[in-house]
Ligand binder design. Structure first.
Ligand code: AMP
Length: 460
């Protein structure tokens, strides 16, 4: 997954993008990048591995002058985590520069790339996003939006894009609208961001969502919108509400915080734990759902797990012993809260089950008498091909075990998930118009021909 942020018409656009990327750090921690375009049309890029806070000292930002800039935070599978795959992509072609930042996954990228390679194109990364840059450069259209529309013709899958060509900044969202993208206004121009929390940090005012299938063009004389992409049924990613986006954001026109509380309330109604003493969350992503569960059930909400905020997702230990250590490095249980209690542990999802199993053991070791696990989404039974980094089916616990078997495996006294309907009915704008493929197997597109290659070549 990734975060994208663009600025048009700010005296020091790169510095503003830098701030915006801080608010999109949760969408990707492997690399970060900024491209700025100055008044003479010269574009410069800076990309670095790791966090936004690591790679952009003041001197570096000073080398990125201009009033147009775009940035990216990247999260992909470990194999493709290299500087060549850091974004934004910056390329030069006959008419100047093309800078591009992408959030999503293009599922026919392998075919499109092969077609380009057969015609002599060479690539410097394994990213699906680079395919788009080639296609923009090859378009014979004049207007920037026509170039982008040509490039996107026949592209299948999930994309939110920021593209700078000449003195234009464009934002585009795929026709199904899988990933969120919002337009904001500043005193002197516009910003575009994956989530509204990134508008807040730069003091921009929310204007509206970039609509599915829309290309927004920002130029000196303002904003224009074209809807040239083919219309398709909306398929917003429900997992953005469940887990991925920040709770202080509004995405898809709704509040993430309100969505998660409602998921928690519905979970309390559908999967009660009447004899429990207290509720706690697996911090931080399940905090709002646990609040909802506590509110609806009347059980007190406690802080039973403490998360170490200095441990990033890059802390990877391949062995099982290492995985257990990983849980302990990231979380610890509060004995005084748990000792002798029957507890409800709320998490937003179970993926492999490894963290969950370690947490349950930790909660029991801290004295919990009974552990009732409640999950504010449905069982994840399939991989995501549209931008969320889920493992393949063999590693997804719910694809291989029944709910009772999972309960046994993770060591809880009871386990309750939301149903798919319960989940879709709880989110703003639901139940229709969402992608729930990883829960239901109802994939809106044919699966990619080469899913493994896609995972390594993913643009986000
Ligand atoms: P596991 O023990 O592997 O089932 O991990 C469960 C935890 O992973 C939950 O606390 C989720 O909030 C979190 N999670 C869910 N989806 C993802 C993802 N795509 N990347 C990283 N963590 C995730």
């Amino acid at each position: 997954m990734c975060g994208i942020f663009g600025v048009y018409g700010a005296p020091n656009a790169a510095a503003m993008v830098h701030l915006g990327l801080y608010s999109l750090q949760h969408r990707g921690q492997e690399s970060a990048g900024i491209v700025a375009v100055d008044e003479t049309g010269i574009a410069k890029a800076r990309r670095s591995m790791g966090l936004v806070s690591d790679g952009f000292e003041e001197e570096i930002l000073a080398e990125l002058p201009g009033s147009i800039a775009l940035g990216h935070t990247r999260y992909s599978t470990a194999g493709s985590s290299t500087i060549e795959n850091a974004q934004p992509v910056l390329a030069r072609f006959r008419d100047g520069h093309i800078a591009l930042a992408h959030n999503g996954n293009i599922i026919n990228a392998s075919e499109l790339r092969r077609e380009l390679e057969n015609n002599g194109s060479i690539f410097s990364s394994t990213m699906d996003s680079e395919v788009l840059v080639h296609r923009i450069a090859r378009s014979s259209s004049i207007a920037p939006e026509d170039r982008l529309a040509d490039a996107l013709d026949g592209v299948e899958g999930a994309y939110c894009l920021l593209v700078a060509v000449g003195n234009s900044l464009m934002a585009a969202r795929d026709p199904r609208g899988w990933r969120p993208l919002v337009l904001g206004a500043t005193d002197s121009g516009y910003v575009v961001a994956s989530e509204t929390c990134a508008l807040d940090i730069v003091g921009a005012k929310y204007v509206r969502e970039v609509e599915p299938g829309e290309i927004v063009v920002i130029e000196r004389d303002g904003v224009r919108s074209v809807k040239v992409l083919p219309q398709k049924e909306a398929r917003r990613c429900v997992f953005e509400y469940v887990y991925f986006s920040r709770p202080d954001s509004r995405i898809f026109g709704g509040s993430v915080d309100r969505a998660r509380r409602e998921l928690g309330r519905r979970l309390a109604r559908d999967c009660p734990a009447p004899n429990a003493d207290l509720v706690f969350s697996v911090p931080d992503s399940a905090n709002a759902a646990a609040l909802g569960y506590a509110d609806e059930s009347g059980l007190p909400l406690e802080l039973a797990l403490i998360r170490n905020h200095y441990v990033g997702r890059t802390f990877i230990q391949p062995s099982q012993a290492g995985r257990d250590a990983k849980v302990k490095v990231k979380y610890n249980a509060v004995h005084e809260v748990l000792d002798g209690k029957s507890v409800v542990m709320v998490d937003d999802s179970i993926v492999r089950g490894t963290t969950t199993r370690g947490l349950v053991a930790m909660v029991r070791a801290a004295g919990a008498r009974e552990v009732h696990m409640r999950v504010s989404s449905a069982p994840i039974t399939g991989p995501c091909y549209y931008g969320i980094d889920t493992p393949s089916r063999e590693d997804l616990i719910a694809a291989n075990l029944s709910v009772d078997e999972i309960a046994k495996h993770i060591g809880v006294d009871s386990l309750g998930y939301l149903s798919i309907d319960g989940m879709l009915e709880s989110v703003p704008g639901g139940p229709k118009g969402f992608c729930h493929a990883c829960f239901s197997g109802d994939y809106p597109t044919p699966p990619p021909t080469d899913p493994n290659k896609l995972r390594f070549g993913c643009g986000c």
